[in-house]
Write a protein that binds this ligand. Structure first.
Ligand SMILES: Nc1nc2c(c(=O)[nH]1)N[C@H]1C(S)=C(S)[C@@H](COP(=O)(O)O)O[C@H]1N2
Ligand SMILES: [Mo]
Length: 310
């Protein structure tokens, strides 16, 4: 059994940083992920996560729920559409354009992006703005490692992301339900935060298309819509970039989109969430400030009015 696989990990074995990242390092990226025995590793004994948040368990949501109940409007607006339609997407070859205020702009083949990156497992709460949630064992690397590699110029203040636009393979893009391509953005300090991942897999398997293959963002303290899928462009910019849901419904979806049980969505409360995969309709649990990552990220928003910057 490789050293990184430690099903016996307890809170006494790990440093505080490891507790909050809940990381299980497993390999240097080689492009291909092994069929990792995550299922066994995730068997409920998540003492490290418990220590970090007070929540009694961070038991991963079953694979079938994570891959069968999705928001990916490029493949349809129903939660079951992506699992049925996303097989149409060709993910090889894949290129990511990195441009704007960077030292080394380019159109990088995905293999080059992944080369040498430290792919690890992170078990994160994932909270959709629609008040359902999951616990997802992602495989990915820190966005900041990529940003450091390409060299961020001092004038850059934000990072903008774009999803692939390819209506031949993404049937949802034939309809103007959103302004295509899907776009998201982060402030540079959010992008550089060690919790912010570029994910290439889940449950130790390559990323399923419906979850945003081959590479997608994961920002665990923000509502799910910030976690943009199937990324083809990352741009370093000076001004706050437009983001799709904010362009559609600015009064409902902000730029920051931090999970906040105290600020309701105009049409529903954000105080609780339905945890999918637990009970027939999902167990209702209280929503935590910053989705439970308050200790790690609250400092980023010091002095900001979170009702105004929602
Ligand atoms: N390109 C793209 N990215 C997207 C979306 C989308 O429709 N298109 N939906 C977002 C929303 S609203 C959520 S909740 C998450 C869902 O991620 P999951 O299906 O992996 O759980 O993806 C986000 N990323
Ligand atoms: Mo969402």
């Amino acid at each position: 059994m490789p050293k990184w696989f430690r099903p016996d990990l307890t809170e006494n074995d790990v440093t505080p940083e490891e507790i909050y990242l809940n990381r299980r390092k497993f390999m240097k990226a080689a492009g291909v992920l092994p069929l990792f025995p995550a299922l066994a590793a995730c068997d409920g004994q998540d003492t490290s996560a418990k220590a970090a948040t007070g929540e009694n368990t961070l038991k991963p949501t079953p694979y079938e729920d994570i891959t069968g109940y999705n928001n990916f409007y490029e493949f349809g607006v129903n939660k079951s559409d992506p699992a049925r339609e996303a097989h149409r997407l060709t993910t090889k070859p894949w290129h990511v354009t990195i441009d704007g205020l960077v030292e080394k702009p380019g159109v990088y083949p995905l293999e080059d992006v992944l080369k040498g990156m430290d792919i690890e497992e992170r078990i994160y709460r994932f909270r959709c703005v629609e008040a359902w949630s999951m616990v997802i064992p992602w495989n990915g690397f820190m966005l900041r490692d990529l940003l450091k590699r390409v060299g961020v110029k001092p004038e850059a203040k934000y990072v903008a992301f774009e999803t692939l636009h390819r209506p031949e393979e993404m049937p949802g893009q034939k309809y103007p339900v959103l302004k295509w391509p899907y776009r998201e953005g982060l402030r540079l300090d959010e992008a550089m935060h060690p919790l912010t991942l570029l994910a290439t897999g889940l449950y130790g398997k390559p990323m399923p298309n419906q979850n945003g293959a081959p590479i997608r963002l994961v920002v665990p303290w923000k509502y799910g819509f910030k976690s943009i899928k199937s990324i083809v462009r990352i741009s370093l910019v000076k001004e706050q970039p437009p983001n799709t849901w904010n362009m559609m419904q600015p009064d409902e979806y902000g730029f920051y989109a931090n999970v906040n049980p105290n600020v309701s969505h105009p049409r529903w409360s954000q105080a609780t969430e339905r945890r999918l995969g637990e009970g027939l309709f999902g167990k209702r649990v209280p929503t935590l400030m910053f989705n439970g990552y308050e200790k790690e990220v609250a400092h980023l928003y010091k002095g900001m009015d979170l009702r105004k910057f929602y």
